[in-house]
Design a protein around this ligand. Structure first.
Ligand SMILES: *Cc1c(COP(=O)(O)O)cnc(C)c1O
Length: 485
């Protein structure tokens, strides 16, 4: 299947090469030239693993044996037998995406990506090792490290903003074992780390820097289509659960509220819709970094603002990479996308044409939630429904409520829950009106005592693990650090 860059239809790759490369060589993102025919009804009748097989073989047909890869990717790694369970809480259905090995929704993609990458490497007959470079706002890093640790033929290097992730997130990464892993803090915020990674890719794009080295680069960020594609499955799974419970009739639309940062998760929802799932509105939920809310309301994307550190750090992002894919999918105009992305990088903002804005309005709705409002929601949802949500999920909940109040659209609403409340126990305790102990493990213990919700085993077991990674770098030092490996 032909993939091409969002910025130039002449820059092409097959689906295996697109997974291997991550970013397209012209700086754009890979998308299929045309979406495949897809039998959504057949997909809905399968188990979550079977759903993943159908979706991934449709989108990545150049990678063979998808059933084996999916089984290897997921089997035995999740604490929920159906991978992504749904729970009814009040009027909403919560789609829990945090039952994987690192208690974050990114596990769903990052359990699969190593399988897809190593298979793609084989298909393309590539002999060099693959070095995965990843910038993380907290959750991707650990999920990627866990997914790639000791996978043959692959190395992984994770950069996170120094001081920009939670205590538990930092511990999760700094204690990661594996002969092929490195972890580095970068002075600055997430955008600095992400820009640093993009610059390394750009510097190595012509192949000269890596000619004499035994590795080539790829990415585990959601700019990689192999990271994005596995996320489509759980939209189908949620819909199937609603069908099974008689809450929707086949074909009826369901709205999804998605806590959003890099726009990967919500774009997977859009792709689910393009593959035939009856998705109504996609609610784009942000925190105080409300650049996407403003964009969806005005049509102007403007990154010229302070990045706020919030209680939902995985959404502390000013440049949402995957939005580029949506701009292409809605306009089918690579020249437009290229010029918008140039404006964004040179002037810090762009405005989409009115025709594109209209399409956005029909599909998406944006809102945001401050930390204070999120804290109140965590307390209220616990008090009213006995459901414990993390601060990212609280943003999704807030946007879902506001959407209903503003539009009167009462279609079934699925709120995506992207992290275990135990990854952000400080904010959750505050929401419950409890005092917050100094130590991250005391926080988890107190939260368990107060709610009876069990601490995920992978988080409890961090206690006492040795710190293996202590490097802190400036952005300019990232490229030399990678090259000296
Ligand atoms: C990554 C992440 C998000 C945002 O997902 P994107 O695909 O970047 O939009 C939301 N919540 C949590 C907990 C995350 O880790």
């Amino acid at each position: 299947m032909i993939y091409h860059s969002t910025r130039n239809r002449g820059v092409t790759a097959d689906s295996a090469q697109a997974v291997l490369s991550g970013l397209a060589p012209d700086g754009g993102l890979f998308l299929p030239a045309a979406l495949p025919e897809f039998d959504a009804a057949a997909c809905l009748s399968g188990t979550p693993e079977q759903m993943a097989v159908q979706i991934l073989s449709a989108l990545l047909p150049d990678i063979p044996h998808m059933d084996t890869l999916v089984h290897r990717g997921y089997s035995g790694k999740f604490t929920a037998p159906d991978l992504t369970p749904t729970v009814k809480a009040g009027d909403f259905t919560v789609l829990e995406l945090f039952h994987g090995p690192t208690s974050a929704f990114k596990d769903i993609a990052l359990c699969m990506l190593p399988q897809l990458l190593t298979a793609a490497r084989e298909v393309k007959g590539q002999e060099k090792k693959i070095l995965i470079l990843t910038a993380t706002s907290g959750d991707t890093g650990k999920a990627a490290l866990a997914g790639f640790a000791d996978v043959p033929g692959v190395g992984i290097c994770v950069f996170y903003p120094d001081g920009g992730v939670s205590q538990i997130q930092r511990l999760q990464m700094a204690t990661q074992e594996g002969a092929n892993v490195s972890v580095c803090a970068v002075r600055g915020n997430f955008d600095d780390a992400q820009t640093g990674v993009k610059r390394i890719f750009a510097a190595c794009a012509d192949g000269k820097l890596l000619e004499s080295r035994d590795f080539c680069l790829s990415s585990a960020n959601s700019i990689n289509i192999g990271r994005l594609a596995p996320q489509i499955m759980y939209y189908f799974k949620a819909y199937r659960d609603l069908l099974d419970r008689g809450e929707v009739k086949s074909g009826e639309s369901v709205n999804f509220s998605v806590p959003t940062g890099n726009f990967g998760d919500i774009l997977a929802g859009y792709l689910a819709r393009e593959l035939g799932l009856p998705v109504g509105r996609l609610i784009c939920a942000s925190n105080a970094n409300n650049v996407l809310t403003d964009f969806l309301r005005t049509g102007t994307y403007d990154r010229r603002r302070e990045l706020h550190k919030t209680a939902s750090p995985s959404m502390d992002i000013l440049v949402s990479s995957n939005l580029e894919r949506l701009l292409y999918l809605l306009s089918r105009d690579p020249d437009l996308v290229r010029s918008l992305m140039e404006q964004l990088s040179e002037q810090g903002f762009y405005t989409v044409p009115a025709s594109l804005k209209e399409k956005l309005d029909a599909l998406f709705w944006g809102d945001f939630c401050t930390d204070e409002a999120g804290t109140r929601i965590i307390g209220r949802v616990w008090a009213d429904y006995g459901y414990l949500c993390d601060p990212h999920t609280a943003c999704g909940w807030a946007a879902a409520e506001r959407y209903r109040a503003a539009t009167g659209d009462c279609a079934p609403m699925v709120v995506l829950s992207t992290a275990s409340p135990y990854k952000f126990a400080d904010a959750v305790l505050t929401g419950l009106g409890a005092s917050v102990p100094e130590d991250a493990f005391d926080r988890m213990d107190l939260l368990q005592e107060k709610t009876g919700v069990p601490i995920p085993r992978n988080l409890a077991s961090l206690k006492g693990k040795p710190i293996l990674h202590r490097t802190v770098l400036d952005r300019e030092e990232m490229l030399p650090f990678v090259l000296k490996r």
